[in-house]
Each structure stands twice: as C-alpha cells, then as structure tokens.
Design a protein around this ligand. Structure first.
Ligand code: NAD
Ligand code: GLY
Length: 381
C-alpha cells in the first residue's frame, strides 16, 4: 500500500461541530472541524500552570510547530515528551518516560497533558494523566482516523502487558477532545483503512442504516473524501458519546463497542503487538464475529457476506492468522477483559445494527476459525 504523506493542509477555520460526552467521570466537549489545531488553547483551563505535549517523533514532526504556536498564547511553560512510535512501545517502561519528564520539571497538579497522536499516544498520555499526582487534567488531540472516531472518546486509558492487550489502565476522562480533520491528509492509507473498521463497527452495533451508508461510501471514505470523512467522524463520535454517557465503566452496554475485539485482540497479541494494526484486527474480528453470529444467533448468511465485503472494501484483511492453532486462539481469547469465570464472551449480531454479548460453544468457535484462518499466516511464518 502506498504511503500518502502529503503535508498537512494549512487552511484553518473556526467552524466546529460539537458533541458532548456526559459521564460521572466528567462532562466534556468533542470539537470537530478543519483547522482545530490552531484553536487548541480554547480547550485549556485558565488556571493551567504548564502544558506537556505527549507525542511521538512522527506526529511531532508533522504538527509540533503548529501545536506549540497555538498553545503559546497561554503564556505558560510548554514542554514536549516524545515517546517512541508504535504499539510495541505501549508499555509501562515507555509510560515511565512521561513521569520522568514531569517530575524532572517539578510540574504541579495544574499542569495539563495534551495527547497529540493516535490511539497509542492517547491511551498512554491519558493513563499518565490519571495517575500523575493521583490525577491531572488532559486534552485528547487525536491525529489518526481511528483515534478520532474511537479511542480519544470515552476515557479508556491503558498500556499493554505481554500477557494481554490494554490490561493495565484506568477509566479517566479528558477535559476536551479536539479533532482537526485536516491532519488526516498525511495519514498512511493503511491507517485510514484501520480507522474505517471502527466506523463500520458503529453501524453493525447500533444502526443498520449507518452500516448501509458505510457500504455505499466505502470507496469514497477510503479515498479520503473530506465531506464523507467528516460525516463519518461526527456520526461515530455521536454514537460513542451516547454509549459511554450511559455506561462509562463498561458495566454492561459499553461492551457492545467491543464487536470484533475478542478475536481482534487475540490477533494483535498472538502476532506480536504492532504486526497487525488494531483497526485491521478489529475489521477481521468483525468478519469472524459475523460468522459466529450465523452459527449461534441466526445472523443471515447474506449479512455475513455483507460484513465480509465491506471489511474488504475499506481495505482491511478478512482472513485471520492461524497463530499456533486453536488452543493458542482460545488461550488468548480467554485473557479478554470480558471473560467471566473462564467463559469467553463475544459480541454477536442477531441482525445488522443490533448486538448481544454472550458465550459460544467451543466447537462453533473452532469451526469459524477453521473456515476463516489463513493457514500460511502463522505466528512463525
Ligand atoms: P497509532 O497510535 O499507533 O498511530 C498509527 C501510526 O500513525 C503511528 O505510526 C503514528 O505515529 C502515525 N500517525 C499518527 N497521526 C498521524 C498523521 N496525522 N499523519 C501521519 N502519521 C500519523 O495507532 P491508532 O490506530 O491510532 O491507535 C491504536 C491504539 O488505540 C491501540 O493501542 C488500541 O488499543 C487503542 N485503542 C484505544 C481505544 C480506547 O477506547 N481507548 C479504542 C480503540 C483503540
Ligand atoms: N473501544 C472500546 C471502548 O471504548 O469501550
């Protein structure tokens, strides 16, 4: 796939769409618009004593100067922590770099973290904010499509552990989310596809008409039509805000956001973090979840085909890796956070636009994996 590395567009406007997230852990706005980076200072509280931009070298090279300039109107010290880029670095060792920096600068409780990057940066910066001096404020500034439509919203923060994805973390809400749609111009094609998997997910779990819209517009979305992408981001943020505002800490409803994730997290961990993009694993996981839904809750086979076709159309894989066989798959899936008393839970679809969370017989899971795994794509291949 080609890397579409055009320079970020400079046309800044102050037109924004606002979505509100309202949880016990905080009520905050998501601002969506072209050029929002230049208005970042609007989201920083008046009593801010210092700003720490947590980012990575890739993102900082693209947007660092713009963001620093936008924040300079606050007239407080601004410093930058650059974490190594990539899912493979989403761990406690890397997290500690943020604490080293902040403690080294003696930053107080009114310092604010600005998470500038994709979901990896957002999850780590948010987790750091949740525990630095027992909790300081942070602003999410997502720069990937996946982070704009999903990870920056809702307050899930975490790092990975070798034994499981996102296993060490906290629910901790940002004070604002600033989504600049211009930043997507520099995103590699593969990352656009990965983000679109999470967009399709909202249609499958909440709204059959939106799923149809994704089917009809898959090519335009993949080609980054700005109006379509903006519509997808707005709609996704509205869906996610609706869910997390009802169930911030995943006591029940929020689990529906995990469609495709039981399989997807196993792919990510089993292949080694960073081999498959999170969104790719979720896209493929949704195909497997649809196939399992046909077996255990009567999803029509025509719907399974629609799911597979749309995942393919947005550019995500539809065949899963075999890993080291069924036992490894089951071990990894048993490590999922939805597992209860050793029983793996899947988000399944009786119909498109409607989901249930339930267990499934092992032989049905095995049959689905047998039918959808690419035997040549093993962990050791
Ligand atoms: P990522 O953060 O690794 O970003 C992908 C790549 O794009 C990185 O190399 C990054 O440097 C680069 N990049 C970022 N913005 C760019 C831009 N504008 N132009 C060019 N390159 C850019 O990956 P991601 O897909 O954004 O996030 C995946 C992570 O999000 C996973 O760790 C996943 O677990 C997490 N996640 C969290 C939640 C949540 O609710 N907290 C939800 C979904 C996913
Ligand atoms: N991405 C799943 C969640 O936020 O709950």
């Amino acid at each position: 796939m080609s890397n579409n590395q055009a320079a970020p567009a400079a046309n800044a406007t102050n037109t924004k769409h606002v979505v509100t997230v309202d949880t016990a852990g905080g009520r905050y706005p998501i601002h969506i618009g072209a050029g929002r980076l230049t208005h970042l200072a609007e989201s920083l509280p008046a009593d801010t004593t210092a700003v720490v931009i947590v980012t990575n070298p890739t993102v900082f090279a693209l947007f660092g100067a713009l963001v620093k300039k936008a924040l300079s109107q606050l007239t407080v010290p601004i410093s930058v922590v650059e974490l190594p880029d990539g899912e493979a670095h989403k761990d406690l060792t890397t997290l500690n770099l943020i604490f080293d920096h902040m403690l080294g600068k003696q930053l107080d409780r009114r310092a604010v973290i600005v998470a500038l990057g994709g979901g990896v940066i957002g999850d780590m910066a948010g987790f750091a904010a949740s525990v630095y001096m027992r909790g300081i404020r942070f602003v999410q500034v997502p720069t990937t499509l996946l982070a704009q439509v999903d990870s920056s919203v809702g307050g899930k923060t975490a790092v990975n552990h070798p034994l499981g994805k996102n296993m060490i973390g906290a629910f901790y809400q940002p004070i604002a989310v600033e989504i600049d749609t211009n930043v997507l111009t520099s995103l590699p094609d593969r990352e656009i596809s990965a983000g679109l998997a999470e967009v399709v997910k909202y249609g499958l779990i909440m709204d059959g008409d939106f799923f149809k819209w994704c089917e009809d517009n898959a090519q335009g979305l993949r080609a980054r039509d700005p109006a379509l992408l903006t519509q997808a981001i707005r709609q996704s943020c509205e869906f996610k805000a609706e869910v997390v505002s009802q169930d911030e800490r995943e006591g029940g409803l929020r689990a529906i956001l995990n469609l495709g994730h039981t399989f997807g997290h196993a792919i990510e961990a089993g292949m080694g973090y960073g081999q498959w993009l999170h969104g790719e694993a979720v896209g493929c996981g949704m195909v497997l979840a649809a196939a399992l839904s046909e077996k255990v809750c009567d999803l029509p086979s025509t719907s399974v085909t629609r799911v597979k076709n749309v995942v393919h159309a947005i550019g995500c894989p539809t065949a899963a890796p075999a890993l080291n066989g069924f036992e490894q798959w089951m071990t990894l899936m048993r490590g999922d956070k939805k597992t209860q008393a050793g029983e793996i839970k899947f988000v399944l679809m009786p119909k498109i636009g409607q989901v249930i969370v339930r267990s499934a017989p092992a032989d049905a899971v095995q049959a689905v994996l047998k039918a959808h795994c690419d035997a040549t794509d093993t962990k050791t291949a």
